[in-house]
Design a protein around this ligand. Structure first.
Ligand SMILES: [Zn+2]
Length: 356
């Protein structure tokens, strides 16, 4: 080969590499992005969005009156290997100031709630059940779809600290269901139940250190087939959290399908199987279930009861808990930067309805 021929073949090879990377690289990363984004789609996301007074696009959720509207989309098991999380403690910077917590429009929040107005004689159980998904720094890596379901760790810590300072006390699902059954349970004057869905690894990485510092009890609704898969915490990480005694392990199916849109036999395996998986793993009874996407119908509710669960949590807004709703308990989706003290106090007393 002459010197010229060598140069030509080098240039030709460079063009081939360049052409390949231009044509294929974006497809590969797009596929990865689509697969990541396609994981969990909550029913609220299908609703129209409106910009809120607290800076996020907040989905408008109409209080549910019949069945939850779920999407037919299912979360398929991810082939990716487990995410390795560095064992670094997350340091919350600037957590001495809560200045960035904003008070949302309480009247608007109460309108979103399906709770009836509170009369002075009404002694029914009112407990705000807080629903969180992702706890991670809000930066460019948070997709538009994840944003309404993501709370920054600093905001989360500030929310919890301000609630505790205001006298709110975390309770367990057992405390709540016992109170609903009218058993002799003395709920604190300002009870709250803090729940995390979907077993995201960011909950372990960012929320768990905060929970430990504040010694706060929380409930994790875990899809038992997703441990260690991309974006989810592992069984070892669950064991670390469970060892603190702060965690109630609760079921959220195995693979997070919309239970109404799969054959009943598979729904049974998702429901009962998730309870068996988690009990085998923790050696503790698991009583509490949350419907993926909040999606259920009477057949699904029957399966949840038959599997031995004592309650079922949904995504209907509100804080009023009555025995008829034990298998579709209300929760309140929490957004980033919300000052929860006025929000939860309004839910406890429903005073906005009274004063308006
Ligand atoms: Zn979920």
């Amino acid at each position: 080969m002459t010197q010229h021929e060598k140069q030509y073949s080098l240039i030709a090879a460079a063009w081939v590499i360049l052409a390949f990377s231009v044509i294929y690289a974006p497809r590969v990363s797009f596929r990865t992005a689509v697969r990541r984004d396609a994981r969990f789609i909550l029913p609220q996301e299908a609703s129209a969005s409106s910009s809120s007074s607290f800076g996020l696009a907040v989905p408008v959720v109409t209080p549910d009156t019949s069945e939850a509207t779920g999407t037919a989309e299912e979360a398929l098991p991810d082939p990716e290997p487990p995410v390795v999380v560095p064992a670094l403690p997350y340091v919350v910077e600037g957590s001495s100031t809560f200045a960035f917590l904003r008070t949302p429009n309480i009247a608007e929040l109460m309108r979103r709630s399906g709770d009836p107005p509170h009369a002075a004689t009404d002694t029914r159980i009112r407990v705000p059940v807080l629903m969180y998904h992702h706890i991670r720094p809000i930066d460019g890596s948070v997709s538009k779809r994840e944003l309404p379901y993501t709370v920054d760790p600093r905001a989360f810590e500030a929310q919890m600290k301000t609630l505790l300072a205001d006298g709110f006390e975390a309770i367990t699902p057992d405390d709540l269901t016992n109170a609903i059954h009218g058993q002799a349970v003395h709920l604190p004057a300002k009870p709250m139940l803090v729940t995390f869905d979907d077993a995201y690894v960011d909950q372990f990485r960012f929320a768990f250190p905060i929970l430990q510092r504040l010694h706060l009890k929380v409930t994790l609704f875990i899809p038992s087939g997703l441990f260690g898969r991309m974006g989810h915490f592992s069984t070892q990480q669950l064991a670390l959290m469970d060892a603190t005694g702060l965690i109630t392990v609760a079921a959220h199916s195995r693979l997070h399908p919309d239970l109404r849109h799969i054959p009943l036999a598979r729904a049974w395996s998702e429901i009962q199987g998730s309870r068996q998986d988690l009990q085998a793993l923790t050696g503790q009874p698991v009583h509490d279930f949350a419907y993926p996407y909040g999606s259920r119908n009477s057949k699904i509710v029957d399966l949840v009861k038959r599997a031995g669960f004592t309650d079922g949590f949904g995504v209907r807004w509100g804080s009023l808990h009555v025995p008829e709703d034990l298998f579709y308990l209300r929760r309140i989706q929490i957004f980033n930067n919300e000052n929860l003290v006025p929000v939860l106090e309004a839910y406890l007393t429903n005073r906005v309805h009274v004063s308006n």
